[in-house]
Design a protein around this ligand. Structure first.
Ligand code: ATP
Ligand code: MG
Length: 357
């Protein structure tokens, strides 16, 4: 199955890889490619940097999808994940009534954990793409992951939330019949001290009020979590590993490939971005020999070509080490373009390379 097939057929495409290799560019280009195929595509960035807006040549993005107009039969939309408003929306969905939702969302402890607890962003990423997928408004959701090794945490962030909800201390805190006094037992105090360290001091009362307000909602969260998890592991979701052909980034790409494998996920395609051009089949040694025997400008040109060929050969050698990690995934090569990707025309060029086969 080619990368083009994935873009035409899959409902979710996750672009992952180490920092700076071109994940945002690839995600935006794949969404554009899907729109060119007549699909309704949305590209979601979890990266708080404004790179996606920049790549698409537009001013800014928010937690609500923005439509990008252009000359394609499908639709191209983009949004930037906002953890807090995604969490707020989730609270509203599972609260028994508006009053409970308002009480939670206004709670200071909640406001702190909504933004600060580690894993929240990854958890929310899973949530958001589930929401976009379920909305029925899009045929394909393309996800751009942030530049961190934790980017793939969203694969088990939902599972971690379930574990948290199952935790004895959490259960002690929210057990409906026990109430405030019982909640402040020894074990709960320990838990709250830990939470206090994470989110700052003086939050214990806020925390208790939060857990009281949260009461009854965990089942909804738990079921939702299981659905997100199932969607991420389902065959409708494809994972595209983006790499660049340098020794250090290839080693990082292997880490991501391992991490996916550990989650039972096969890499759908490997994108190798920013390859230097290769000139014919001449080896660098041959090119250098030609350079020596030629004179003047021609010698200089041959010399440059020889240098470039040597770079390209080095890149191929680095890549060779990565291929066994991605099994039979198609490998798609994108050359180093003459310009950076800051508008739709450059993005279209990347899409042409990505989807050429
Ligand atoms: N094939 C290419 N040729 C030239 N420039 C490129 C190419 N691909 C990406 N770039 C440029 O490289 C830079 C990094 O790309 P991008 O932001 O897509 O990487 P990223 O993996 O998302 O980075 P981060 O990990 O920081 O989020 C950008 O300025 C982009 O325009
Ligand atoms: Mg990025």
């Amino acid at each position: 199955m080619t990368l083009g097939d994935l873009v035409r057929e899959r409902a979710i495409v996750v672009c992952t890889g180490t920092g700076g290799v071109g994940k945002t560019t690839t995600a935006a280009a794949l969404a554009l490619g899907a729109a060119r195929e007549g699909r309704r595509a949305v590209v979601v960035t979890i990266d708080p940097a404004r790179r996606l807006a920049d790549t698409l040549g537009i001013g800014s993005l928010s937690n609500v999808a923005t439509r990008i107009d252009g000359d394609w039969p499908g639709e191209l939309w983009a949004l930037m994940l906002d953890t807090e408003s995604t969490f707020d929306a989730l609270v509203s969905t599972y609260a028994a009534d508006d009053e409970q939702a308002t009480r939670i969302v206004a709670n200071r402890f909640y406001r702190n954990i909504a933004g600060a607890l580690s894993g929240t962003q990854e958890y929310m990423a899973g949530e958001k793409l589930y929401e976009l997928h379920e909305s029925g408004a899009f045929d394909v959701v393309v996800v751009d992951t942030p530049p961190t090794r934790r980017a793939l945490d969203f694969l088990d962030a939902s599972r971690r939330l379930s574990r948290f909800l199952d935790h004895r201390l959490y259960r002690t805190l929210v057990a409906p019949t026990r109430g405030y006094l019982r909640a402040v037992n020894m074990a709960a105090q320990g838990f709250l001290r830990t939470a206090g360290k994470l989110v700052g001091t003086e939050v214990i009362d806020d925390a208790l009020a939060f857990f009281a307000a949260f009461d009854g909602m965990e089942e909804g969260f738990r079921q939702r979590s299981a659905k997100v998890q199932a969607l991420l592991a389902d065959g409708v979701t494809a994972y595209v590993l983006v790499a660049s052909p340098r020794a250090d980034t290839v080693a990082e790409a292997s880490y991501f490939a391992d991490r996916l494998r550990a989650n039972g996920i096969t890499v759908g395609a490997l994108v190798v971005n920013r390859l230097h051009p290769r000139f014919g089949d001449a080896s660098s040694a041959q090119a250098r020999a030609s350079a020596r025997s030629a004179g003047g400008d021609l010698a200089c040109l041959y010399d440059n070509l020889a240098d470039l060929s040597a770079v390209a050969e080095g890149e191929e050698a680095h890549l060779a080490g990565l291929l066994p990690d991605v099994d039979d995934a198609p490998v798609v090569r994108v050359p180093l373009l003459e310009r950076e990707v800051h508008d739709l025309s450059a993005l279209a060029e990347v899409a042409d390379h990505l989807l050429a086969h």
